[in-house]
Design a binder for this molecule. Structure first.
Ligand code: AMP
Length: 193
């Protein structure tokens, strides 16, 4: 079997890495879906920052409900493909079922940046290839990482966002504090002797 190709500026092995994720939902209780997902991610890795939540007009297939989108910064020691697998398991546990391209979804989690690494395998492309053109990714991302430099385009998130035409992305609400999002885990820790 052909080995997957991974090219990277830094080593991808067992180091802790800063990962930026984009989350979206347009089915059911959209905000609850996002927060539940963050809580599950925090069970697997450390969630360091969360953006506010934005409401977004659907792209591609327009006859569907508006999305809620947000981004977060996660610190993880997972290898990228293992982390992707973890995220796909989380999507399933939230209840995501197969949909069509750009179709409605209970939850979608995309890996936008993996530190400054560039990853090109069959399963995973990082930086996410469409991130730089999507306001629903860049606008929330600019709230937590405006100065982060796209490792291929060599432009900051803030400047990439500035160069986009409006795509129907509006502020919806702030996210609860991280300690409330991961509340259950925190409460257990507080109870420990
Ligand atoms: P989606 O429809 O967004 O859940 O993505 C479908 C597939 O995209 C997944 O099964 C992944 O293998 C693949 N994929 C490639 N690059 C990425 C990325 N950066 N983040 C998330 N999924 C990705």
């Amino acid at each position: 079997m052909k080995k997957p190709q991974i090219s990277s500026r830094n080593s991808l092995k067992t180091m802790h890495k800063n990962i930026y994720l984009s989350l979206g939902s347009n089915v059911g209780s959209r905000k609850t879906n996002l927060l539940k997902t963050l809580s599950l991610i925090s069970g697997a890795s450390e969630v360091l920052k969360v953006s506010p939540i934005y409401q977004t007009d659907p792209i591609g297939f327009e006859k569907q409900a508006k999305f809620l989108n947000m981004t977060c910064l996660v610190f993880t020691s997972y290898e990228p493909h293992d982390f992707l697998k973890k995220l796909k398991d989380i999507e399933k546990s939230i209840g995501r079922q197969k949909s069509f391209r750009n179709g409605p979804r209970l939850i979608d989690i995309d890996i936008i940046f993996w530190d400054n690494d560039v990853i090109n395998t069959k399963a995973l492309t990082v930086p996410h290839p469409k991130a730089a053109q999507r306001e629903f990714v860049l606008r929330p991302l600019a709230r937590i990482a405006p100065s982060f430099v796209h490792p291929i385009l060599n432009k900051t998130v803030a400047s990439l966002l500035k160069s986009l035409e409006p795509q129907g992305v509006r502020y919806f609400t702030k996210a609860p504090p991280i300690k409330d999002i991961i509340g259950i885990k925190q409460k257990r820790m507080e109870k420990a002797p």
